[in-house]
Design a protein around this ligand. Structure first.
Ligand code: PMP
Length: 456
């Protein structure tokens, strides 16, 4: 699709004032706004235009929400159709033709064996709300309380979701090692590292003295996003499925970030062929508007009426935008496209790593790509394993990217991973422009004296 450039907007003078007022009035908890001090006023496809008149290639995509980029015509058309129809915009969880069409489209793209006997629950509008619902559901269905989750996980900010994330406090969650090659907890990486991680899970579950009670469920991301773009090996995914299935433990796949074609298949669980008992979905399923659902096997449908409610579960515009997005990704085979283009971009970045020792690792799946920056001049280079992470360098790369009109996100345990989450509509030319700007930014950041990341 040709990306038409919007006409410049005459609000250049607003830029400084808006940023100044934001920093004076908004919470100290604001996040993206600090590292990306721009004031978006228009956007189309990959491109955001700031109030300063500058254009940026947006590889953050609303934290992975914009599968079709900004303001895609099919999404706008779907929203306009609902607006022009006079339909109510908000109707709690009542049935509407818009919702009916969304569920039909979603069930058409679900993994087949789940779709056959699936139930869907509309949750509060954010990913974390759907995670809460999923945890509550498996607890209700099993009558058990405790949960299994993984190191480095990110499932949201509400209490239960953060319990199963890497920054949790709650002791009811047992955190298991997530397999990873580059910083393998067992120091071996590859299939052997993943197998050891799986055996540890088996051992904990089968040892009556392990201190791990029989859990209500296991929650995992098929590719850890915020944790640093770490794809789980397919064999390990199958092992988790088998371990949970044989022990009667519901498996929850959090596809909030990986869903809707992002990783090269419509759902990331499809790479391994496993069928989870519960899938959590948000971000791209709302076609850029807030929407979150949990889809689960009907055997788990034990909730009495009203067991999981919430006011904002009926956003008709989000359902229309979401149905249009799901249909467009399906019809245009954008998952396959993401797989092919993502592999090419990852390969090119690996080529860049060969001549840049500060790039410790390049990894990802589809258009979920991570570039881990490392400190090759760290004092203690006699320690085994990869060099330590380089968060200050990563922050400098992010700043240099912004100077060059490229928006990237940072992630990973130490915020040392530059993350690319471009829209699935990315063209070959745009991919080249993104990689050129990123390569220049890495060059510039490694040449410049290292500043500490700014907090304001
Ligand atoms: N799960 C995953 C895998 C996520 O990546 C995120 C958000 N990055 C969430 C859950 C939480 O979603 P939200 O921010 O919409 O609450």
């Amino acid at each position: 699709m040709a990306v038409t450039q919007p006409a410049p907007v005459a609000v250049t003078g607003a830029h400084e004032g808006v940023l100044r007022r934001q920093s004076a009035r908004e919470s100290a908890a604001r996040t993206y706004a600090r590292a990306l001090p721009i004031v978006p006023v228009r956007a189309r496809g990959l491109t955001i235009e700031g109030a300063d008149g500058r254009r940026y290639l947006d590889c953050l995509s609303g934290a992975g929400t914009l599968a079709l980029g900004h303001n895609h015509p099919v999404v706008l058309e779907a929203i306009r159709t609902v607006l022009d129809s006079g339909a109510p915009l908000h109707v709690l969880d009542m049935a509407t033709p818009v919702k009916d069409a969304f569920v039909t489209e979603l069930f058409a793209v679900l993994p087949g064996r789940l779709a056959e006997r699936a139930r869907i629950q509309f949750c509060g509008p954010a990913g974390t709300d759907a995670v809460e619902a999923a945890l509550k559901l498996v607890r209700a269905a099993t009558g058990r309380r405790d949960l299994l989750a993984f190191t480095g996980a990110y499932h949201g900010m509400t209490a239960g979701a953060s319990d199963v994330s890497g920054h949790a406090q709650d002791v009811r969650v047992t955190r298991l090692p997530y397999p990873q090659d580059y910083r393998c907890p067992f120091g071996v990486g590859g299939p052997r590292g993943a197998e050891l991680a799986a055996r540890l899970v088996e051992g904990l579950l089968d040892d009556p003295k392990s201190g791990v009670p029989h859990p209500a469920g296991m929650i995992l991301e098929p590719v850890q996003g915020e944790g640093g773009v770490i794809p789980a090996p397919d064999d390990w995914m199958r092992r988790m499925r088998e371990i949970t299935a044989t022990r009667g433990i519901p498996l929850i796949a959090d596809e909030v970030q990986t869903g809707v074609g992002r990783t090269g298949s419509f759902w990331a669980v499809e790479h391994s062929g496993i069928v989870p008992d519960v899938m959590v979905m948000s971000k791209a399923i709302g076609g850029s508007l807030p929407l979150a659902v949990v889809v689960y096997h009907e055997d788990l449908d034990v909730w009495p009426p009203g067991a999981h409610a919430g006011t904002f579960r009926g956003n008709q515009l989000a359902m229309a935008a979401g149905a249009a997005t799901l249909g467009y990704v399906r019809e245009n085979r954008l998952a396959e496209r993401a797989g092919v283009l993502g592999a090419r971009m990852t390969g090119q970045l690996q080529g860049l790593a060969a001549s840049h020792p500060c790039i410790g690792d390049v990894r990802g799946r589809g258009l979920m790509i991570g570039v881990e920056l490392v400190d090759t001049e760290a004092d203690d280079r006699t320690a085994p394993g990869p060099p330590p992470p380089a968060p200050a360098l990563a922050a400098a790369v992010q700043r240099e990217c912004l100077h060059r009109g490229l928006i990237v996100e940072l992630g990973g345990r130490h915020a040392s991973v530059v993350r690319l989450l471009p829209p699935l509509t990315l063209t070959d030319e745009q991919a080249t422009a993104v990689l050129d700007r990123l390569a220049d930014a890495i060059e510039a950041a490694t040449r410049a004296p290292r500043a500490q990341p700014r907090l304001d």
